[in-house]
Design a protein around this ligand. Sequence first.
Ligand code: UD1
Ligand code: CA
Length: 514
Amino acid sequence: MSQPQPGVRTTEAEAGPGTAAVVVLAAGQGTRMRSATPKVLHALGGRSMLGHVLAATAPLGAGDTIVVVGAGRDAVVEHLSAVAPAARAVVQEEQRGSGHAAAVALAAVPDLRGPVLIVNGDAPLLRAETVADLVAAHRTSGAVLTVLTAVVDDPTGLGRIVRDGEGAVRAIVEERDATTEQRAVREVNAGVYLGDAAALRDSLARVDGDNAQGEVYLTDVVGLLVADGALVGGRRAEDPVDVLGCNDRRELAARRRVLNDRVLDRLMVEGVTVVDPATTWVDVTVTVEADALLQPGTQLHGTTRVAAGAVVGPDTTLTDCEVAEGASVVRSHCSGAVVGPGATVGPFSYLRPGTRLARGTKVGAFVETKNVTVGEGSKVPHLSYVGDATIGTGSNVGAATVFVNYDGVAKHHTTIGDHVRIGSDTMLVAPLTVGDGAYTAAGSVITDDVPPGAMGVARARQRNVAGWVRRRRPGTAAAQAAAAAGDAGAAGAADPRLRTDESRRAVPETHSDE
Ligand code: UD1
Ligand code: CA
């Protein structure tokens, strides 16, 4: 829990335009989620629900941000310290209703004066623009409380806004307590309220739990203030989608879809090609430049940045990655990786944190990398594991090479110089250095450093046992084929197409297939 800040007491004047404090109600059980995770911590579009609400209210620059926690409070408090360290958690020991939660929050800031924004923690589609519009409406109306409302097609489960003949808000009635006539109302309470701190304190103290749920409803302050003769305003949200809450997993999926559509819409307007919006998922925290292309099945998460001219996908997931201009990442799964300008990755590769691919590099098919720097123009084309390594420029790592970085206890580093050719199926047993311009022979287990320009060979010499098949596998198709080829056991004549061991030794193959 963040510490109360002694001496920091924000007045309306100090807080600047409109709001002295923000109170987020996040103590509820979220029973309908049927989850061990507190409802407000469920994530969509790269943030928790709570994170979205905090992001929408942050631009107000309020002096205090108070988050009421209760159910699953340890997890919520820990999350808060990560995403909003300046926010202050206040504990509501027993979840006695949204009105009780608001009262607990206001009790934690007894000296607070002026307008306070109170917002449900389960409103992940709320936007800063909508909040700003509510603040502006409140300021000019002279109301003591202004409620954000929306006119929706299906008001099921939501509090209905009851207005009088002049259109003034008279009350909010929860569905369970509503008359048939009230239930027909399609203007609903969004769960976002802006009101004077003193008036809220006073009216909240008078709310009873005399309703179908036996809870202290925040919504009941409206009726109480109206009875006092105060003006209560109702500001309709321009886009009713903004105010939709999220109470179960079906709503979570629906809200996630809306959030994603908003992000993709913005990206397309800004010049990004999204081939298939239905299968492309981009977090609100991701940056994609104009003229990048996202293929179907692409998922971009966290702090990922994709530059102009880059191509991502199909079927690629990037978390906290950087993809530079003109690079491409195809059918791969990457986290914490930097893919340099014009570099290519995939298909089917797995780039793990600490991977840094310089300009024009290639990480081809079925390659796993971790904590590795690959220099300009170097290539790891096929079927390799590269961990804890530095690779210079213009080098090539042959197919099926393994950087053997782990001895069972500790990790060790491998350094590969410039213009090196690592032969296919080389085991590079770290710690190890392969100097500039050096080669390793295919199939070698390299345990010692290879000096610049040297060929490292570390494999058993081949021995051919002449006539073995004729003697040990008589009567087989192989023996017949061997006999037809005039194998050694028959006539002593070698097939001229076969190279001898001698000729082979002169050129240890590296098979550095580009
Ligand atoms: C609430 C409103 C309803 C509105 C709807 C909008 C009330 C009584 N009703 O209904 O008019 O249309 O939101 O989505 O407020 N909470 C606490 N402590 C508690 C109880 C709740 O912190 O003891 C928090 C919850 O975590 C949640 C918020 O208050 O963020 C609202 O509670 P919830 O139970 O979700 O209310 P709804 O039934 O959705
Ligand atoms: Ca709710």
